[in-house]
Design a protein around this ligand. Sequence first.
Ligand SMILES: *Cc1c(COP(=O)(O)O)cnc(C)c1O
Length: 399
Amino acid sequence: MTVAASPAVPMLPFIDLQAQRRRLGGAVEAAVMAAVEGGAWIMGPQVREFETGLAAFGRAKHALGCANGTDALILPLIAWSLRPGDAVFVPSFTFTATAEIVPWLGAAPVFVDVDPVTYNMDPARLEAAIEGIRAEGRLTPKVVIAVDLFGQPADYPAIRAICDRHGLKLIADSAQGFGCTLNGEHPIRWADVTTTSFFPAKPLGCYGDGGAVLTDDDDLAQEMDSLRVHGKVVAKDLKDGASFAHDPKYLAMRIGMNSRLDTIQAAVLIEKLKVFADEIEWRNRIAARYNDLLAPHVAAVPQVIAGGVSTWAQYTIAHEARDALAAHLREQGVPTAVYYPVPMHMQPAYARFPRGAGGLPVTERVREQVLSLPMHADLDEATQDHIVAAVAGFVGAGA
Ligand SMILES: *Cc1c(COP(=O)(O)O)cnc(C)c1O
């Protein structure tokens, strides 16, 4: 028999943002046009309005928009005067940005292994890493950045306790997990700052780049507000009735940067935030259905920490024959992605930075097994059934 070349199967979207756009029925486009017509394209009223809504959603006293989720991470580090010789503890199993901002300030990221079930920072490995760095005496531990990988909250109660024992600040990098909760509380309940990204593919995304920082700390909020606009003068700089008669951005009180959220992106986000709570619910329903249907066919379906609610930025399974499964799924029109094939401590630019005591055996194992399947709020059951059947078909062939 001759083997015909398989006909081109149309590829499903990995994240269907156009389906979301259609569902929102023109509300986003109308908001964008209103922002264009309003003419306040930088720091227009939509930015403040969105920040207020974001703070309320994330249960934080302050939320400040910025240009992207990477800048959101650098803002608190600058505010805390991080400098050469300081150590920042980060997971290695994360997107580049989590570690990238640390050497910008001459400080060193220290890579910490993850929990084999949740893929989030392992508190026991964190404590061992801090103690190892202290014993070595070359670097001074200053900050921990926990990541809400794939949308689920890190083990904040344990990580906060470790930070308190060692006098360290805690950042929640919630670029993937903004909106996640642990025992009903948002990460800011434990973190000094929560950061997020509005990159389009994130659970709460805009139509370009954007980010935000959230904090309950009044002083830190002012510092970061100043830093995102070139170190402009803020209320705390004008003590004892002092005033500055001109535009406050022309009085530089600290060395800052330009990291604002565009008015047009804020207008998009105002509309998206209105449906975000519903979307988190739908994503959880879709993930639960995936878990039920896929459990017999894969090495591991995702498991969320006890008491946690994920935003499901990714739905990530583990499979021993990951790359063969991905190739098989591609033939069936099912796109997949590997987050992350090369963890940070194995990246050429980062290999010189320290690793936590005991190394990163879990990270090095799971990076070869993880595979993310299509996941978005508009994934319907028929499409999901097709994806599940494609995965089940691979296992059948291999058996
Ligand atoms: C996307 C992401 C970032 C960076 O966000 P940008 O808006 O792309 O700069 C930071 N950390 C994590 C974990 C991310 O997934």
